[in-house]
Design a protein around this ligand. Structure first.
Ligand SMILES: [Zn+2]
Length: 268
């Protein structure tokens, strides 16, 4: 499903430069950012499987072509790619839907949590950790390896899900490089893609991601640079409240430019 995900890491840098040159606009490709897929967790980060399927079918009905991460970075026309941040165990529920609809996906996991499939107990989810700890369980290395065998791309979401812009240089580089090496060691494939925890990045973080050997890094529309940057590739974050109409609005060609305009107007 993911044609050239075995690209040797030593070709990453020149590959990135080639891709960068091809990127001229940031609003034609749609990369969706999901988190959990569960009926049982009513948090905004969690989309029920039936709603997830409706949202994906909405894009397919509009003629958008589901493509691999590589193709979306190469800017295939009218295309979309699905990503999941945090690698919650519940994302397993989305796999039969993606298989049935022939939709490629990437899962971004945190290496320190994958050691035991530990719940993602970041401070921002402390309430949920107390009330619904099982919903915060994450995939183990075995889970991730099994998905990689099925053609799901596995990317890094760092080691421990920190606020990257707050880290010192050494710790920042360790989170990015060491997580990539852990993924390559555990999964047995090049780890080429990164997504920033909380979608947070700045020029120093983006440069560190480049130096750490990634091919591209994903952010969110609301905090991506106006100019396209392969190391802050914008994604549309989809939540539980997003019905078919809202999904259509958020993935329309006007949504990105509208957000950019509002941000510019706000800065002024
Ligand atoms: Zn995350």
């Amino acid at each position: 499903m993911l044609g050239d995900r075995c690209t040797p890491t030593d070709r990453v840098e020149s590959d990135s430069k080639g891709l960068q040159a091809k990127v001229s606009s940031r609003f034609r490709q749609i990369v969706l950012c999901y988190h959990a897929v569960s009926d049982g967790w009513t948090h905004p980060l969690s989309v029920p499987p039936a709603l997830f399927e409706r949202q994906i079918r909405t894009l397919l009905l509009r003629g958008l072509r589901p493509v691999s991460a590589d193709d979306v970075l190469r800017r295939s026309r009218r295309s979309f790619h699905v990503t999941f941040d945090d690698a919650y165990s519940s994302v397993t529920a989305a796999m039969p839907i993606l298989d049935r609809l022939h939709v490629p996906a990437t899962i971004f996991a945190c290496a320190d949590y994958a050691d035991e499939g530990a719940p993602l107990t970041v401070p921002e989810l402390s309430h949920e950790a107390a009330v619904t700890p099982l919903e915060l369980a994450t995939m183990t290395w075995d889970d991730l390896r099994a998905l990689a065998k099925r053609g799901i791309e596995i990317g890094s979401h760092t080691l421990a899900h920190p606020h990257l812009p707050n880290l010192g240089d050494a710790e920042l580089f360790r989170e990015l490089r060491d997580s990539r090496l852990r993924f390559e060691d555990e999964i047995g494939l090049p780890c080429r893609l990164l997504s920033y925890p909380y979608g947070e990045h700045d020029s120093r973080v983006r440069e560190a991601a480049r130096r750490a050997g990634y091919r591209a890094a994903f952010a969110l529309f609301r905090n991506s640079p106006i100019k396209v940057d392969l190391f802050a590739f914008p994604r549309v974050d989809i939540y539980r409240r997003d019905n078919a109409i809202m999904t259509t609005i958020k993935t329309s060609p006007l949504y990105g430019p509208a957000l950019a305009f509002l941000r510019l107007a706000h800065v002024r």
